[in-house]
Design a binder for this molecule. Structure first.
Ligand SMILES: CC(=O)N[C@H]1[C@@H](OP(=O)(O)OP(=O)(O)OC[C@H]2O[C@@H](n3ccc(=O)[nH]c3=O)[C@H](O)[C@@H]2O)O[C@H](CO)[C@@H](O)[C@@H]1O
Ligand SMILES: C=C(OP(=O)(O)O)C(=O)O
Length: 429
């Protein structure tokens, strides 16, 4: 199993190109199931989750052609996928494929909308909470599907097709909004989604669906209106840049000190995180190419932050911020409001000498001047990268084990960081 070895203490200086967003690429690939014509996606990141979803779509009979092995006009330019779901030969998504990744469950929406049936295993994904799918089921039921759970599978049937409906989510859910949106595009009549998630990845998917002939209004706001159409057609779409990857590298620079240009990052996608970094003492500036992050000389200041749905501070940056606050000059508080079990990095950060105590959903971090490198084990995707950030700043050697979590969501992380002066390498046993 691969590991990452880091010798900490170097400042980061240079340029990091931001890849396409995992959390947009996955639903965009799934949206290809809605049409028999080809959907072309540019800037798709090369990630384990993308490869796994290719296998899942392949199992439904989808043909995927990948172009883009040649170097593009900028470093780390993503691949271009030509996805053709002309013939869906199987409407079952089996446990062996779906259990590894949360987003793969979302195939249920286009399958039931277009094929009027689907049988999809309950999902897996990062172990950061119970992560139920009751609201996704509620949304599909409102649209007229009949759903049962049998042997770990959700079986959905809509013999006469889906019908437009009013769907009001009792809490903001990204997965629920993706599923409702995709399913409603092919429903008869109008669907109104209230308390919808406003995450940029939802807007990106809605933009792509509209290019495919859908009629979606209000994506990016809490009220989305979808006028169903009979058919969708092919289109070409570029995956938006990964705001979580950009925020992660910004926190790494704030932690180690230095000066890094995040090329291709879009500040409006992570304003709350940039505000927190500024409070913490990082210098953030926006330019034509993206975002520049620096910290030279000044110490790291403590902050008080709660995670929240977009445009609030993202839960997917909570672990990385906690690593940064481990070296702040004072006491910080971070409250996790989205997932009930997303503090599994706390005990691993303690191995570096971080002083963190937990009280319910709030972590109090008493900053320390120096962390020391240690062997650590990543437990989920963003937790893993928080350990990398701590290792970059810590004195001495850090070995991050179980990095397959990292490979789900960070494209060529060790290459990007070593190009900025970090001493970091992958060890393949
Ligand atoms: C692949 C992808 O895009 N993953 C992201 C997505 O996850 P995901 O889409 O799973 O997250 P949701 O927004 O759906 O979950 C938010 C909250 O709603 C709860 N909930 C959700 C669905 C449901 O049926 N019932 C229910 O109670 C969840 O347990 C959680 O407490 O959004 C999260 C919140 O921004 C991010 O951390 C994940 O990186
Ligand atoms: C939690 C994440 O992914 P998933 O929803 O696929 O588990 C994530 O991207 O941080």
């Amino acid at each position: 199993m691969d590991r990452i070895r880091i010798v900490g203490g170097s400042k980061l200086n240079g340029t990091i190109s931001i890849s396409g967003a995992k959390n947009a690429a996955l639903p965009l690939m799934i949206a290809a199931l809605l049409t028999e014509e080809t959907l072309i996606l540019d800037n798709v990141p090369r990630l384990a989750d993308v490869a796994q979803l290719q296998r899942i779509l392949g199992n439904h009979g989808v043909d995927i052609m990948s172009a883009g092995k040649r170097p593009g006009d900028r470093a780390y330019q993503g691949q271009t996928l030509h996805i053709s779901a002309a013939d869906i030969i199987d409407t079952t998504a089996p446990y062996e494929l779906v259990s590894r990744m949360r987003a793969s469950f979302w195939v249920i929406a286009p399958l039931v909308a277009r094929m009027h049936e689907a049988k999809v295993s309950l999902p897996g994904g990062c172990a950061i909470g119970t992560r139920p799918v009751d609201l996704l089921i509620m949304a599909l039921e409102k649209l007229g599907a009949e759903l049962t759970i049998d042997g770990g599978y959700v079986v959905a049937k809509a013999p006469g097709g889906l019908r437009g409906a009013e769907i009001e989510f009792p809490k903001v859910t990204v997965s629920g909004t993706h599923v409702a949106l995709m399913a409603a595009t092919l429903a008869k009549g109008t669907t109104i989604i209230s308390n919808a998630a406003c995450e940029p990845e939802i807007t990106d998917v809605a933009d792509c669906l509209n290019k495919m002939g859908a009629r979606i209004f209000g994506a990016g706001t809490p009220r989305i209106v979808v006028e169903g159409v009979e058919k969708l057609h092919g289109a070409r779409h570029t995956v938006l840049p990964d705001r979580i990857e950009a925020g992660t590298y910004a926190m790494a620079v704030a932690m180690t000190g230095g000066d890094v240009q995040l090329s291709g990052a879009r500040p409006e996608l992570l304003q709350s995180a940039l505000d927190v970094l500024t409070q913490a003492g990082a210098l953030i500036s926006v330019n034509n190419d993206g975002i520049r992050v620096a910290r030279n000389g000044a110490g790291i200041r403590p902050v008080t932050v709660s995670t929240a749905p977009f445009p609030g501070f993202p839960t997917d940056l909570q672990a990385q911020l906690m690593a940064l606050m481990a070296c702040a000059s004072g006491s910080s508080q971070i409250t996790e409001t989205i997932f009930e079990n997303r503090f599994m990095h706390v005990q691993e950060l303690a191995r570096f000498g971080a002083r963190i105590s937990l009280d319910g959903e709030t972590a109090t971090i008493d900053g320390t001047a120096k962390l020391r490198g240690a062997p650590v084990m990543a437990t989920d995707l963003r937790a893993s990268v928080s350990l990398v950030i701590a290792g970059l700043a810590a004195e001495g050697e850090t070995m991050v084990n179980r990095i397959y979590h990292l490979d789900r969501g960070f494209e060529r992380l060790e290459e990007k960081l070593s190009a900025c002066g970090a001493s970091i390498e992958r060890i393949s046993d």
